[in-house]
Design a protein around this ligand. Structure first.
Ligand code: PMP
Length: 288
């Protein structure tokens, strides 16, 4: 496997960064997780736009244009012969001194990893996931805006650990008001009486690319989609629940904290949207 690292493609074992990189020292950096389906990079422009927004938010000047980044992502797939898989694009603040200030970091580093995708087991899609609510909360926007896809994922990692300790593959993270924000790496939706609801971004939800795709698909199919404040009460009483994310795509949720959601099986709206999402990934790609 060849990794793009600061201007060249190097073998995986040679892809090394400085121990003084502030991405490592402080989680000072940003990233995107992107999918490629059948030689087409899915919604690449949207991912790069979100990366630019994250960069602006952390006051990081990216010296690459969107076209250059787009080409490098495609080239990373070509170099690795990857037609279907997952691309991780990382921009770190770059090497600097041991102090916190990014002013000691003259040049950000760019890393692109194009790899096979590790999916949830197939039965999670056919039978649905049982998820839990974990104690670790989503970052408060006054501390670190959850819209920034930063390298600071430690509380999401803790939430994932807590989920595993409770025997679940995914977890709901609440915000500091106790409203539902999202899961550790996925956005959350419910269906109630035919209407689709998802936590508003102001509740701590990342503006997921898959979230937006599913909202667009559902709207075009005539569903009403609402971004709201959601509590666990609404999930307990939902007819259906599902998660969206680049890696997970669209995955049904059939249980929360040992309670059954809906019938306890993936619901018809979830199945319909999942099928439509599969259609859509073949039509919204950048050919590599
Ligand atoms: N929330 C979090 C915290 C994430 O890290 C991700 C991405 N894995 C998502 C939601 C889903 O976003 P997207 O659909 O853009 O992958």
């Amino acid at each position: 496997m060849k990794i793009y690292l600061d201007g060249e493609f190097v073998e995986k074992d040679e892809a090394k960064i400085s121990v003084f990189d502030h991405g490592l020292l402080y989680g000072d950096g940003i990233f995107e997780g992107i999918r490629i389906y059948q030689n087409c990079v899915y919604r690449l422009d949207e991912h790069l736009e979100r990366l630019e927004y994250s960069a602006k938010a952390i006051v990081l000047d990216m010296p690459w244009t969107r076209d250059e980044l787009s080409e490098l992502v495609c080239e990373s797939c070509r170099v690795n012969g990857l037609s279907d898989g997952y691309i991780r694009l990382i921009v770190t603040r770059g090497p600097g001194s041991l102090g916190l200030s990014p002013s000691s970091c003259p040049k950000p580093s760019l890393i692109i990893i194009a790899d096979k995708i590790a999916l949830y087991p197939e039965e999670c899609y056919t039978e649905g996931l049982k998820i839990v609510t974990v104690p670790t909360r989503r970052t408060n926007s006054a501390a670190l805006n959850p819209g920034v896809k930063s390298l600071n994922y430690l509380n999401n990692v803790m939430a994932k650990v807590e989920a595993a300790q409770a025997g679940a593959l995914e977890a709901i993270m609440l915000n500091d008001q106790g409203n539902v924000a999202e899961c550790t790496g996925d956005n959350l939706f419910i269906v109630h009486k035919g209407v689709i609801f998802t936590p508003h971004a102001s509740n701590g939800a990342l503006r997921g690319i898959t979230r937006q795709a599913v909202m667009d698909i559902a709207t075009s199919q005539g569903y009403e989609v609402k971004e709201v404040n959601l509590t666990r009460y609404e999930i307990w009483n939902a007819d259906e629940c599902f998660l969206t994310g680049t890696a997970a795509e669209l995955i049904p949720v059939v249980g929360l904290d040992s309670r059954k959601i809906g019938t306890g099986s993936p619901g018809p709206v979830t199945k319909k949207l999942h099928a439509a999402f599969h259609e859509e990934v073949s039509t919204h790609g950048t050919l590599i």
